[in-house]
Design a protein around this ligand. Structure first.
Ligand code: FAD
Length: 318
């Protein structure tokens, strides 16, 4: 079922969902199931599975020379989605990214998804490779999420690459896109970033999922700006509780978000990460309560494979 239908059927009740990473190459699905099982009692209507592009790795061989290899550390997004859908009878949302995939490979992935009965996709540009200073498009692939979105909407209109037949089957994907209440780090300002978000919605995006944030006022301002400018699709807040003191440095560095002073101060007062986790969970529970009052359709958690903090928050909210 489409995310938009899940939201419509909830009649204003806030839903619970979460996101997982595929297993590292060479690992089994057991870790995924262990990350899902504790959260199923909160009846998520859908679970997201991230995608990643290839990275460059350097390895020293026995003779001392350096070997360069390129591979994807966490392949298998489509298969992980299918496995979850099959085992838990819950919808899945595979993330589709521009980086690392040609348009043809994307088309084949979308055809696989359609055959597997996966109705939703989250289309993204994707992160840069760790060894690159910025995002470098893959030759034959897309540069921006808008272009990938266009490919999916084309297929929803029965338009495929290299058409050779008179008619084509129309897919019916419900399409999500990303947004950044605190601005995407490459955008010169919020207004320009918003202009491209608008393009994504005008181009057919059915729902929005946001980057994590710790200050609800920024999310609310972002939602209000969307509504005032005619963006009326559901906006799903992305959430992640802080669990270690190191994240005070890592989260802003990786995700380009601010951490409110009060939260920072409370974490600085902690003696160890056990205490930090309690502070992080408490902060997130308060954030979630306020977001439910604000009327968000879904609370979407970036679990990063660790379900326990999210479970404690969900217990307090649902
Ligand atoms: P875009 O919408 O393409 O925007 C990228 C930048 O370009 C922005 O600064 C935007 O303002 C600008 N821009 C957009 N269109 C144009 C245009 N036509 N011309 C000029 N500038 C333009 N990354 C992964 O690798 N895998 C994942 O699974 C993943 N999941 C994510 C889930 C969520 C909910 C979020 C918020 C992010 C996720 N990311 C993921 C990270 C994301 O891929 C990065 O933040 C990436 O840098 C931007 O992706 P985007 O889809 O927002 O890009």
């Amino acid at each position: 079922m489409k995310i938009t239908d899940h939201i419509a059927n909830a009649n204003g009740k806030t839903l619970f969902s979460f996101e997982l990473l595929p297993p590292i190459k060479g690992q089994s699905m057991d870790g995924i199931y262990k990350a899902i099982d504790p959260l199923m009692e909160f009846k998520p209507p859908f679970i997201d599975v991230t995608s990643s592009r290839e990275d460059l790795f350097y390895k020293e061989t026995a003779d001392g020379s350096i070997q360069k290899a390129t591979y994807r550390k966490r392949p298998g997004t489509v298969a992980v989605c299918a496995a979850i859908q099959h085992k838990y009878k819950v919808d899945t949302v595979p993330h589709l990214i521009c980086g690392g995939f040609t348009k043809e490979e994307t088309e084949y992935a979308l055809i696989d998804l359609q055959f597997l009965g996966i109705d939703n996709v989250l289309v993204l540009r994707g992160d840069a490779r760790k060894t690159d200073s910025g995002f470098i498009p893959t030759p034959g692939g897309h540069c921006y999420a808008t272009e990938l979105l266009e490919q999916v909407t084309n297929m929803n209109n029965g338009v495929y690459l290299h058409e050779y037949q008179d008619t084509s089957y129309k897919t019916d994907f419900c399409i999500g896109v990303a947004a950044y209440p605190e601005k995407h780090f490459e955008a010169p300002n919020l207004k320009t970033d918003f202009k491209y978000l608008r393009q994504k919605v005008d181009g057919g995006a059915n729902f929005i999922v946001t980057q994590m944030f710790f200050d609800n006022s920024k999310f609310k301002a972002f939602v209000n700006q969307c509504r005032e400018n005619g963006i009326n699709v559901p906006i799903i807040p992305g959430l992640k509780p802080i669990t270690t003191a190191k994240q005070l440095i890592n989260l802003p560095k990786i995700f380009h978000i601010d951490i409110p002073e009060d939260l920072c101060d409370a974490i600085h007062d902690c003696k160890n990460d056990k205490e930090v986790k309690e502070v992080g969970i408490e902060w997130m529970i308060n954030q979630c309560k306020e977001l439910v009052d604000f009327g968000v359709p879904v609370l979407h958690f970036y679990t990063m494979g660790n379900p326990e903090p999210t479970k404690r928050i969900a217990q307090a909210i649902f």
